[in-house]
Design a protein around this ligand. Structure first.
Ligand code: NAP
Length: 331
C-alpha cells in the first residue's frame, strides 16, 4: 500500500487516529503531531466514569507523583495542559466517542455515531488505542439504582455533597485510601470497608489514612447490598470471618475497588489477556499491523499517569516507524 499525507476532512484517510485522551492518548498525539502526522484524537464524551475526555485523572484531586510538579498538580489541570500541548502542535481533537472500528484491512475504519452506518466516519493508516480503564463496580443489589444517588466512584466529583455526613469507602488500594483522605475533608466520618485485614495500598497512603482522626477501618467485610429506595441510606455487609450480617448507617458510599480496561470497541479484533487487557508485544505493537495500544488499556501492572504517558510516546514512535516503513514498501 502506498501512502501520502492527505487532507483531514471526515471520510478522508488520516495518517493516524488516536482513540482516547488520557495521558497515553494525548502524549501519542503530541508526539505524532510533532512528527507532522496530523493526528486526530477522538477524546470521548463527558460522563461520570473514567472513559470520559481526559481519562481517570479528570476524576482525581491532587497528583503528587507526576515528575516536574514539585508541589503537585490537580488531575484536571494536568490533563488540560496535555490537551493544550497536543493542540499547539496541530493535533485535532473531536469530543466524540468511537462506536465501531474495522481493523480487518487498512486503512482502518473508525465509526462515530451510528455504528451501523455503511461507511466509516474516518479511515486511518495507523490507529493508536488509548481507551484506558474504568471503575470496577461491586455488582450487588441496589448499586445500579443508587449510583449517583449517594453511591459514587468519584470523590472529586461528589465529595462536596457529603459535607457533615457519615460515609463509607469500599476498597483497600491506593485509590480507596486517596478517596478516603480526600473525603475526610467533607464528611463527618469515613469508614473504610475492606474485604481483607491487610491493605493493598502503599505504605505512605496507609500511614496518612491511619493518622487521620476521621477515618476508621472495617476489616474482613464484604458489601452485600446498597440500601435505600431513591437515596442511599446504608450498606448491608457481612463479616467474612464470623459470617455475621449487619447494616452500616452511612449516607454516602464511594466504590474504589480497581478498574477494568475499556476494550469493548475492539472485541474480536484485538486479543486480550486473561484479565481483559489488550495484548501488546515489544512495546505497543498489537497483533494487527498498524494498530498500537498504550496506557491502561494494555497495562495492569504499573497503571500510573507517567507510565501511561511514556507508553503513549512509545506508541507514537512506533506509528512513525510503521508509516515510514509502509511508505517504502511496494504497493
Ligand atoms: P487496586 O490496587 O487493584 O486495589 C483494589 C482494591 O479493591 C484492593 O484492595 C482489592 O482487595 C479491593 N477489591 C477489588 N475487588 C473488590 C470487590 N469486588 N469487592 C471488594 N473489594 C474489592 O486498585 P486501585 O486502588 O484503583 O489502584 C490501581 C493502581 O493505581 C495501583 O497501582 C495504585 O498504586 C495506583 N494508584 C496510585 C495512587 C497514588 O499513588 N496516589 C492513587 C490511586 C491509584 P484485595 O486487596 O483483597 O485484592
Amino acid at each position: 500500500m502506498t501512502s501520502e499525507t492527505v487532507a483531514s476532512a471526515p471520510g478522508g484517510v488520516r495518517d493516524v487516529v488516536v482513540v482516547g485522551s488520557g495521558p497515553a492518548g494525548l502524549t501519542a498525539a503530541i508526539y505524532t503531531a510533532r512528527a507532522d502526522l496530523r493526528p486526530l484524537v477522538l477524546e470521548g464524551e463527558p460522563s461520570s466514569t473514567s472513559d470520559q475526555p481526559g481519562g481517570q485523572l479528570m476524576l482525581t484531586t491532587e497528583v503528587e507523583n507526576f515528575p516536574g510538579f514539585v508541589e503537585g498538580v490537580m488531575g484536571p489541570e494536568l490533563m488540560a495542559s496535555f490537551r493544550g500541548q497536543a493542540i499547539r502542535f496541530g493535533a485535532e481533537i473531536e469530543t466524540v466517542k468511537a462506536t465501531r472500528v474495522d481493523l480487518s484491512a487498512r486503512p482502518f475504519g473508525i465509526w462515530v455515531g451510528d455504528p451501523g452506518a455503511a461507511e466509516p466516519t474516518y479511515r486511518a493508516r495507523a490507529l493508536v488505542v488509548a481507551t484506558g480503564a474504568r471503575s470496577l463496580m461491586l455488582g450487588v443489589p441496589g448499586e445500579e439504582r443508587l449510583l449517583g444517588h449517594g453511591l459514587s466512584t468519584c470523590a472529586t466529583c461528589d465529595g462536596f455533597f457529603f459535607r457533615g455526613k457519615p460515609i463509607a469507602v469500599v476498597g483497600g488500594g491506593d485509590s480507596a485510601l486517596e478517596e478516603a483522605i480526600f473525603l475526610a475533608k467533607f464528611a463527618s466520618s469515613v469508614l473504610l470497608v475492606h474485604r481483607r485485614k491487610e491493605l493493598r495500598a502503599s505504605k505512605i497512603m496507609q500511614d496518612r489514612a491511619m493518622a487521620n482522626p476521621k477515618i476508621s477501618f472495617l476489616w474482613d467485610t464484604v458489601v452485600d447490598e446498597v440500601l435505600g429506595d431513591t437515596t442511599l441510606s446504608g450498606l448491608r455487609v457481612h463479616d467474612t470471618v464470623t459470617g455475621e450480617s449487619s447494616d452500616l448507617a452511612v449516607e454516602g458510599c464511594f466504590v474504589a475497588i480497581g478498574h477494568v480496561p475499556n476494550t469493548a470497541l475492539f472485541a474480536g479484533q484485538l486479543p486480550t489477556d486473561e484479565s481483559g487487557y489488550l495484548v501488546t508485544r515489544g512495546g505497543t505493537t498489537t497483533d494487527v499491523p498498524g494498530v498500537f495500544a498504550c496506557g491502561d488499556v494494555q497495562d495492569h501492572v504499573y497503571r500510573q499517569a507517567i507510565t501511561a504517558a511514556g507508553s503513549g510516546c512509545m506508541a507514537a514512535i512506533d506509528v512513525e516507524r510503521f508509516l515510514e516503513a509502509d511508505r517504502h514498501s511496494p504497493a
